[in-house]
Design a protein around this ligand. Structure first.
Ligand SMILES: [Zn+2]
Length: 95
């Protein structure tokens, strides 16, 4: 991916590290099926999620993956959905 921009160096670092390295920051997209289910619960829901994990082997969606969904950058406070709009940021689709 080229021309990537990040809200700050620290989040960029957490985004770029390998899956097994914790803590890492991941941008995920919900499958169409899952997204449609989520929208029933919360209509304003995005098809995108921002997640901090403690590291994982295969998929962020593995049951043993410890993860936390976040809305703002923990380092600089940036609103993530406003900054990371491009599909180019998406690292994994789940659901
Ligand atoms: Zn930041």
């Amino acid at each position: 991916m080229n021309n990537e921009n990040f809200c700050c160096e620290r989040l960029k670092g957490a985004y770029l590290v390998g899956n097994g390295f914790g803590l890492n920051f991941r941008v995920i997209q919900y499958s169409e099926k899952l997204y449609n289910e989520l929208k029933q619960i919360k209509p304003s829901m995005l098809n995108r999620g921002f997640v901090i994990t403690s590291g994982y082997k295969n998929s962020i969606d593995d049951e043993e993956t410890m993860k936390m969904v976040i809305n703002h950058c923990p380092f600089c406070g940036q609103n993530l959905k406003e900054f990371y709009k491009s599909d180019d940021y998406v690292q994994e689709t789940i659901g």
